[in-house]
Structure formats: C-alpha cells, structure tokens
Ligand binder design. Structure first.
Ligand code: ADP
Length: 502
C-alpha cells in the first residue's frame, strides 16, 4: 500500500527532493489525490531564492464542499466507531513511519518555508513525540459518574463524544509541526478533518497525508485542501463543519470568529503575540543573553510567542543589550542547508516588506539600531528574503515596534526600574501568549509569573515546549489550549446522561 518509499537521506540535496518532482501537487479528498475542480493552481516559492518550487491545487468552494462531505461520511460510517485501541495503533504506526522518514520532512520544510536545516531537523523529537502523546490520549478518554441530589434513585454520568468534522487552518512558520498539532488530537478524539495548510508552505503537510494513508488511516478521515485565504474562509463559514482549530494572525482569527457564527462552530484560536521577556539584574546573564537573543532570532522571529519586548533592569541595561546585540551580529544567517546556519530568510516577499516597514518605523520613531536594521542583499542573499538579527535600543512603550507584532527577527529593548512597573508594562498589551522571566531570586520568579497575563511563562529559559504542557493565549492571543491533557477535550462534546433507576 505504501506509495512513497523512504529515501536515503544521503540522496537529498538542496536541489533534489523526491516530493518536488515537477508534477502539480494535488489535494487529498476522500482518500484520493485530486486536482481542484476548477483546474486552478498556485505556485509555492522557495524564500531563499524567490523561485517557484511547485504548482499546487487551488481549492475553490466546491472542493471544500467535497472535502467536508468526505469527512462527514468518514466520521459517520467509520472513524467515530473505530475503537480507541485501533485509533491509537494508527497514530503509533504513523509516528513510526514519520520517525523513519523525518529527514525528508525536515528537508522539504527547509526548502518550502526557509527554516534552516538545523532547526527543521531539531523538531524531530517534538513532532514524533506529539503523535505518540496523542496516541496515548486516544485510549485515555473518559467521562465521569456524578453524585446527584435528585429526589429518588438516579444514576448520572457523562459521555465524551467527538465534536464531528473539524476544519483546521494552519500557518507557515512550522509547517509540519503545526499540522501534526491539529491532526493528532482530532484523530485521538475520534473526529475527522478538513485541513488547510498555509499557501506559503503546503508541501510537507501533503506528504504527511500520504504517510497517514500508508499508516492505515481510512479514506476521508484526513482531507487536505490547499489554497489561500479564500479557501480558509470557505472552511470557516461551512455549515458542515462543527469546529475550527486555527493558528495564525489575530486579524484572521477575528474574521474566523465572524465567519463561523452561522452554525456556531466550536473554536480554538492560537493567535498573535507581543511577548515580554524580562531580565532582572540578578539573573545569570551568561544564560539570559543567548536565551533572550534566541527568544526572537529563532525561526527569524516568525514565532507567535517570540519574546520581542526585551525589558532589562536599568543597572544592567547597557551591558546586557550590548551582549544581545553582539550575539545578533555573530548569528549565522544565509544558506539554509549549511548545518551551521541559525537564521534563514523570512517566508515571503510580503513578509519581507512588512518587516522592513517596521525597521523604518523604529528608526523614524527615534529608536537606536544596535544590530542589523536593514535587509541583507550581499551576493546570493539578494534573491531571497533575508533580514539580519536586529536589536533596537532606547525603545519606548508607545512606539509601533513595541506595540505591534512584527513576526521578524527584531528585538525592542526597553529599560525598567522595579518589579511592579515591569509587570504593569509587560501586561500593557492586548496580547497574552508568552512571557520570559530571568532571575536567580525564586520568590521574585514566582511572584512575577503569577502576575503576568499570558498563557505561558518561561523562567530562566524561553519557548521550552512539551507535548504534555498546555500552550495557548490570554486576551487577544486567542482561546483554547494545545498540548496537555486539556487539548483533546477541545475536540470532545460532553453529554450528560441521567437514568432513573426503577
Ligand atoms: P500569516 O500572516 O501567518 O500567514 P494568516 O492568519 O493570514 O497569518 O494565515 C494563517 C492561515 O489562515 C493560512 O492558512 C491562511 O491561508 C489562512 N487564512 C487567511 N485568511 C483567512 C480567512 N479570512 N479565513 C480563514 N483562513 C484564512
């Protein structure tokens, strides 16, 4: 049944990947690979070179209809009746295949969205681990019996039931990981999916669709449609979809809330951020400096919980910001297939234009450029969308670069004087996704962690993620949690059963 055989990793080169074979990429609907009914396609661009790498089917509303119909049929006739142990077995088989073929996925993502190979490779433990974590959850679902006070003899209990057909919409900043974070919990819960990866990086998700079929997933349980915002909007509005799980920008999240109102879909939304990363004077600065630099420079700053507002206690401000700037200047940017490269390009020309707009805004509003600050155009880099690690000093809270999500490798360094002050300023944002605290004082770490309004707080580390630890937003960073035992609950309805015992 296997269609794609594992390739020898040694055969992979920057210019040769078995999945990039010149053929237009089709969508997975009802277990079949299909073109868009309209025949339309769009191009996926390699952000390191600006060159197209694949033609991909461009889904219209009629393709979304077909995918939803396939998902509904698979839900009603197959998947919701498949026993937990059998759902688990498929997820575990998929995890094994994925582990064997991980290198192919890492290479594909590196070509498609520009994450350096050092980064895409390092995702293996987490991404394979996520699949195995959700496999365990498939056999751990349970309701409760409840002591009641009804007059007479009544038995009351709850059943947990899959919500049905899930529409999943993902961004491009970690293509394969983002898709697995939707597929794993939905399948564990007994839901079927219509998944739309980002138009900027759809390839690894399509390759993963075949892997799921190879692992024994019945047709129609996972449908993958490709396209841009219009395809996403058709999913958000579709009356045949019961729940949307979305990761992306806050503005698109708001559009999804509005579009989903027609049939009151359940929603989980993981949206933007402008996370405070707070460094106290008593911190281990040898750890805090690289930790704070990579809290933003990792993935070229294209992480929703990046610690972009770097609050530094005044006595160490100059020295610390200098150290972070020095790390920025020494960070290797460029060839994404060089294992030493730490930062690749931004994902698209539009993103490059956006980020460069913020670099101009920072300068115009009077912030001081301490590292980076302008697009890289030397030699081969000119063809791609490269921006160097950038540090702005003398940033005020009211500047655009301190208020708005940039989604690029840009740190806004801001001095502060007291715990109360930095907590208030850290919280003075409409976002609430991540936060960092660097101190050797345990009491201060606890106090500040409690006061910060964000879904994750990292103390003396940043962005440490684990399948068992919930992740999600406060305020306009969204609602719902991914990872952790709560995650699968987002895909379940609770039914209360009351039985009068005769
Ligand atoms: P990003 O800037 O990270 O691309 P978006 O929120 O625009 O953020 O995109 C995230 C995902 O949402 C992508 O898959 C994109 O195609 C999809 N999308 C864009 N606009 C809409 C929309 N109006 N409704 C639903 N999905 C959308």
């Amino acid at each position: 049944m296997t269609v794609f055989k594992p390739v020898d990793p040694a055969s992979l080169t920057p210019h040769k990947h078995p999945f990039i074979d010149g053929k237009p990429k089709q969508m997975l609907i009802g277990g079949q690979w299909r073109d868009a009914l309209s025949g339309k396609t769009f191009k996926s661009i390699n952000p390191s070179t600006g060159m197209p790498i694949a033609e991909i089917a461009d889904a219209g509303a009629e393709d979304i209809d077909a995918a939803v119909a396939a998902a509904r049929q698979a839900f009603e006739t197959t998947w919701r009746k498949v026993k937990p142990l059998d759902r688990q077995a498929i997820l575990l088989a998929a995890a094994d295949l994925f582990e064997k073929r991980y290198e192919e996925f890492a290479w594909l993502d590196t070509i498609d969205y520009g994450g350096p190979i050092s980064r895409t490779r390092s995702g293996q433990r987490r991404h394979v681990g996520l699949l195995r974590y959700y496999a365990a959850q498939a056999v751990s679902l349970h309701g409760e019996t409840i002591e009641n006070s009804l007059p007479g003899d009544f038995l009351t209990y709850t059943l947990k039931e899959p919500v049905g057909v899930v529409g999943a919409i993902t961004p491009w900043n970690g293509p394969i990981g983002n898709s697995i974070w939707k597929i794993g919990p939905a399948l564990a819960a007994g839901c079927t999916l219509v998944l739309k990866p980002s138009e900027h990086a759809s390839l690894s998700t399509l390759m993963f669709g075949q892997l799921m079929l190879d692992a024994g997933l019945p047709p129609g349980v996972l449908n993958i449609v490709t396209g841009a915002g219009a395809a996403g909007a058709a999913i958000a509005a579709h009356p045949g979809i019961d729940k949307i799980s979305f990761t992306g920008s806050t503005a698109t999240g708001q559009a999804i809330v509005r579009a989903s109102a027609g049939n009151l879909k359940r929603l989980s939304l993981e949206l933007g951020g402008k996370s405070p990363n707070i460094v106290f004077a008593d911190a281990d600065l040898d750890a805090a400096a690289p930790g704070s630099a990579m809290a933003v420079f990792a993935n070229s700053g294209q992480i929703c919980s990046a610690g972009t507002r770097l609050f530094v206690e005044r006595p160490i401000y100059d020295e610390f910001v200098e150290r972070v700037s020095a790390i920025g200047k020494a960070t290797k940017v460029g060839d994404v297939f060089d294992p030493e490269t730490v930062m690749g390009p931004l994902v698209s020309e539009a993103q490059l234009t956006r980020v460069c707009g913020y670099l101009d805004a920072g300068r115009n509003e009077g912030a001081r450029v301490l590292a980076g600050g302008a697009r890289l155009q030397d030699g081969d880099l000119a063809a791609g969308y490269f921006v160097p690690p950038t540090v702005f000093g003398d940033v005020r809270d009211d500047m655009k670069i301190a208020r708005e999500e940039i989604f690029g490798p840009v740190i806004s360094a801001i001095p502060f004087d007291s715990v109360e002050e930095v907590v208030a300023r850290g919280n003075a944002t409409s976002f609430g996704l991540g936060a960092g605290v660097w101190t050797k004082d345990l009491s201060k770490a606890h106090r500040v962690s409690r006061e910060l309004q964000s879904g994750s707080v990292w103390v003396n580390c940043y962005q440490a993620m684990d399948p068992a630890v919930p992740f999600g937003g406060y305020k306009m960073s969204g609602y719902g949690r991914e990872s952790g035992i709560q995650h699968v609950e987002e895909y379940l309805n609770v039914k209360a059963v009351t039985i009068k015992v005769a």
